[in-house]
Design a protein around this ligand. Structure first.
Ligand SMILES: [Zn+2]
Length: 256
């Protein structure tokens, strides 16, 4: 592994054990965008407390392990509080803090009306503040939900360069590229495999790699390196590897 200063474009650092943070740094993933998520959230305060903890507690903790953390703030579809409009009202304040670089993790699982309303409101905030949005896509009905997501994004008028459609698979890469959005590529079983990535490299060349560590299933804090190592072993142009593992994410999130 010779690539240094890589960026994990989508993970949840507050869920990673300290040894996992150290392992990321040791293997060259020294920067990461950490997305908010509060499962089963009922109150807006649950998100506000998490945003505060991400910024004031987990950022310095990650830094002590050698990982510079950047924060994304948003409402995850796995936990939409009943008073979600209050989160929207305050999102701009959090986005103005140092180290907060994106709205996320947002998106839809079922495509219900409330999910659509919450997504639209958050994309509007991202548009107004000129920051990227990290948008989740589900395992079920992925193509349909991606269609619905891109339709809302188009109505909001968020530019493709600020729209990351995450957990990209071969099923939806065409839709993402048609919009001109940035494919977020989570390297793990059931999402994108290193082999699929390399066999379709032209389609994924505008993308950004990530590990999306979470502690609710088998997960690896350095999962994105499977793709980096696979590409290097097969002689993929090093500038392409650097773009996917570092440079494109630096440009999208404005972290240099
Ligand atoms: Zn995630």
């Amino acid at each position: 592994m010779s690539l240094r200063n890589m960026i994990d474009s989508h993970t949840h650092l507050h869920l990673i054990p300290y040894e996992g943070l150290e392992e990321m740094a040791r293997q060259g993933i020294t920067r990461a965008v950490s997305c908010a998520v509060v499962f089963m959230a009922r109150y807006a305060e649950s998100y506000f407390d998490q945003y505060r903890a991400l910024q004031a507690f987990h950022r310095p903790l990650a830094s002590s392990a050698g990982v510079e953390m950047y924060t994304a703030v948003g409402i995850h579809p796995a936990g939409i509080p009943e008073d979600w409009p209050r989160v929207i009202e305050h999102l701009g304040g959090f986005l103005s803090e140092e180290g907060v670089v994106a709205v996320g993790e947002v998106g839809m699982n079922q495509g219900s009306q409330v999910e659509k309303n919450v997504l639209r409101a958050q994309l509007e905030v991202a548009r107004d503040y000129g920051v990227p949005a990290v948008v989740h896509t589900p395992k079920e009905n992925k193509k349909y939900i991606t269609d619905q997501t891109l339709e809302i994004a188009g109505q909001v008028g968020i530019p493709g360069s600020k729209l990351i459609i995450d957990h990209t698979t071969l099923d939806i890469i065409g839709q993402i590229n048609d919009y001109g959005a940035v494919p977020g590529m989570t390297i793990r079983d059931k999402d994108l495999s290193p082999a699929d990535l390399v066999e379709n490299l032209d389609s994924f060349s505008n993308g950004i790699l990530n590990s999306d560590y979470r502690n609710i299933s088998h997960s690896n804090p350095t999962g994105m390196l499977d793709a980096v190592e696979y590409m290097m072993a097969r002689g993929v142009d090093p500038s392409v590897v650097s773009s996917l593992a570092r440079d494109k994410a630096a440009e999208v999130f404005g972290i240099y």
